[in-house]
Design a protein around this ligand. Sequence first.
Ligand code: GDP
Ligand code: MG
Length: 307
Amino acid sequence: MGLFDRLKQGLQKTHENIFNKIDRLVNAKSEIDDEFLENLEEILLGSDVGITTAEKIINNLKSRVSEEKYERTEQLSSILRDELKKVFISGNGQVIEPFKITNKPHVIVVVGVNGVGKTTSIGKLAYNYKNAGYKVLIGAADTFRAAANEQLEMWVKRSGTEIIQLTQGSDPSAVVYKTIQSGIAKAYDVIIIDTAGRLHTKINLMEELSKIRRVIQKQLPDAPNEVLLVIDATTGQNGMVQAREFSSAIGVTGLILTKLDGTAKGGIVLKISSEMKIPVKYIGVGEQIDDLQVFDKESFVRALLED
Ligand code: GDP
Ligand code: MG
C-alpha cells in the first residue's frame, strides 16, 4: 500500500466523521446561509479542530461567499478544502526533508506522558533513519517501567538498530550519558533517547528532563538537535497543556501525534498545528513499524476530505 493510501486508511474514522457529515449537510441544503454555516461549524468542532480554527474557517468561508457570490452548496466541498488547507498552511508549517541529518551525531530526545506512544514512535523513527542509511543508537532512559527495556529491545531488533540500557531503576541521566558517550565513540549517525512519562523518585519529571538535557550538552554542546513531544491524538485536548509544560522543561522542537487511526477526532492535528508554536512533524497511523508518517499538511487535508 502506498503512503497516501495508508494515511487515508489511518484517518478513516475522522474522514467518516467529517466528510460524511459535510456531505449530508451539503445534500440537505441548497444554499450557504447562516444556518448552513452554523451546522458546518458544529461539524468542525465535533472533529476537534478547536474553536479558534473552526471560527477562522467559517469566517473565511463567509467572506468568500459574499465576495465571490458562492451561494450553491455544491461548490462548497472544494472551497472548504481550500480553506482548510489555508488554515493549516498559515500555521507554523515546516517543510522538512524527512530522515536526513546534517550533523553527526544527530540527537533526538523523545518525551511525553505515559502511554502516548513514545517507545513505539522511537521504533518507527529508528526504522526510518536506518532505512535512510544511517547508523542508529537508542538510549533506554525510561528506567521506570519494568518492561520498558524489553519493549525497546523488540523495536531495536525489528528496526535493525542498537541500544544502550542499564537495569530498571537506574538513573535515567546515567543511561543518557552512556548512550551519548558510546554514540560518539562508535560514530553513530543518529542517537534517539527514550524517556519515562513517570519516575520512581519524587524528583519532578520536568526537572529530570532538564537534567537529561544538561547531561547531553556536557558531551555535545549543540545537542539535542530535536526534542519531540509525543501526544496521543485520542486524548489530544490535554496535548496543549502538556506541550507547554514540556516546552519549558526541555524545549520541544516538534510534535508527534500518535494513534490517529484510533480516533474520529483527528481534527485535533489541525487545531494543534494552527494554534501552537510547535510544528507537528510526524503522525502515527497504526501500530506497525512503517506506520509513522512525516506530517504533510496537504496530503493530510486531502486524505481527510477526498472521497
Ligand atoms: P509510551 O509509554 O509513551 O512509551 O507508549 P508506548 O510506545 O508503549 O505505546 C502505548 C500503546 O500505544 C501501545 O499499545 C502502542 O502499540 C500504542 N500505539 C502507539 N502509537 C500508535 C499509533 O499510531 N496507532 C495505534 N493504533 N496505536 C499506537
Ligand atoms: Mg515507553
